[in-house]
Design a protein around this ligand. Structure first.
Ligand code: PLP
Length: 411
């Protein structure tokens, strides 16, 4: 098991107080906190070798280039990519998904063909496909939700049919916690000759992920949700997929030869990284990967199953409170969305904040899913490596108190 007491000492922010009480940070699905080693990697870069990459022959530039490329290798190893040239730096998951939409789908999806996604996608993995479908005259199909918060795959073979060019699914839902069967979806996509894209924003930070074992063509994820800095994300793509993709940003760094009339593209991965990259944050993301590897991703996952199971049991005892998503902690990530008709999610958020507890409230960028669930908003607690069962106890007490406050009017 993870030694959370020791881990917490690595995160300076966790010792601060909010509203006079210790911070209980349970908004990790939105963004994670950063260990000292990540913060130090950023400071070290700016204090010792800040420089532009790839273009210089001077020492600082070579050091910065080496450090950024080393980080790329670490990220490639972390998800078992076949080569670091399959790792494209982006700003975040959203940009990585849009890169596939603009660079791949706009090229390869034709009128009358299909794009298939799911009913539980983050807007970032839905809106780009609405746009591609509209602009290409393609059809967007949605794999529906089952009662238990999993995907209903009873019609999967007719929805993912031979007209389908792209299948995409969130690996772990940020709104339900559901872990989707991405390997099976990849296999079905392959059967019909479609590409398969995984939104790994909530899986890569929390469990061992192997892109080759899944068999996906693309996977998108963000540094800031896995202990790394904001402003850096990743698109993993199989080499053959990258070779069939057009860059959607053009300019410096991504070209090989330029004349007044024309230009040829640089090798992979630089072809997709126009302009000066986010050197500092890529290095910071490498430090985050080191930290997670030090903990061991199997143990990270085990810890989350344990704390999620503990929280589900405790929440299960609160009358009139609905918890969405699969009941079995083995089938979900560390995300607990809760809802009652009597207390608005934002009121939960405000009352919990007074007790120093940070949770997210709202639609979690999944408006169509909220509609399917028949709610306007939920409150969501989400866990990571530094969270403890004691913090779950504080949360559950505060939720009960909020419900008493609003239901009984007992102030
Ligand atoms: N996909 C999922 C499942 C997410 O949870 C999020 C962020 O919450 C995103 C995509 C978008 O991530 P980012 O805001 O880092 O681009």
């Amino acid at each position: 098991m993870l030694d959370t007491a020791r881990i917490r000492q690595d995160f300076p922010i966790l010792s601060r107080k909010v509203n006079g009480v210790p911070l209980v940070y349970l908004d990790n699905a939105a963004t994670s906190q950063k260990p000292r080693s990540v913060i130090r990697a950023l400071v070290d870069y700016y204090e010792r070798y800040n420089s532009n990459v790839h273009r210089g022959v001077h020492t600082l530039s070579m050091e910065a280039t080496d450090a950024m490329e080393e980080a790329r290798q670490k990220v490639a190893d972390f998800v078992n990519a076949e080569s670091p040239s399959c790792i494209i730096w982006t700003r975040n998951t959203t940009e990585a998904l849009n890169l596939v939409a603009q660079g791949w789908a706009m090229e390869h999806v034709a009128a009358g063909e299909r794009i298939v996604t799911t009913a539980m996608e983050h807007h970032s993995n839905l809106v780009p496909w609405q746009r591609v479908a509209r602009e290409r005259g393609a059809e967007l199909r949605i794999l529906p939700l089952a009662e238990d918060g999993a995907l209903d795959l009873s019609d999967v073979n007719s929805i993912i049919d031979t007209r389908t060019r792209l299948v995409t699914a969130v690996h772990v839902s940020n709104s339900l916690g559901t872990i989707n069967p991405v390997k099976a979806l990849a296999a079905r996509a392959k059967e019909v000759g479609a590409a398969f894209l995984v939104d790994g924003a909530q899986s890569v930070p929390h469990m061992p992920v192997d892109v080759q074992d899944i068999g996906c063509d693309f996977m998108a994820f963000s540094g800031h949700k896995m202990l790394g800095p904001t402003g850096i994300g990743v698109l993993y793509a199989r080499r053959e997929a990258l070779e069939r993709m057009e860059p959607f940003l053009v300019g410096g760094e991504m070209v090989l030869q330029v004349s007044y009339e024309d230009a040829t593209w640089n090798d992979l991965p630089m072809r997709f990284e126009a302009g000066t990259p986010n050197v500092a944050d890529a290095i910071g993301m490498g430090a985050a990967v080191d930290y997670l590897n030090g903990l061991g991703m199997d143990r990270v996952r085990e810890h989350e199953i344990q704390i999620t199971g503990y929280a589900l049991d405790a929440f299960g005892e609160i009358e009139d409170l609905d918890v969405f998503g699969p009941a079995d902690p083995e089938k979900r990530g560390g995300v607990i969305p809760f809802h009652t008709t009597e207390v608005h999610a934002h009121d939960f958020g405000t009352v919990l904040d007074r007790r120093g507890i940070a949770v997210r409230t709202g639609h979690h960028c999944t408006m169509p899913l909220m509609e399917t669930l028949g709610v306007a908003a939920t409150a969501r607690a989400s866990f990571y490596v530094y969270n403890t069962e004691e913090e779950v106890d504080v949360l559950v007490d505060a939720v009960k108190e909020a419900m008493r406050y609003f239901l009984d009017g007992s102030r």
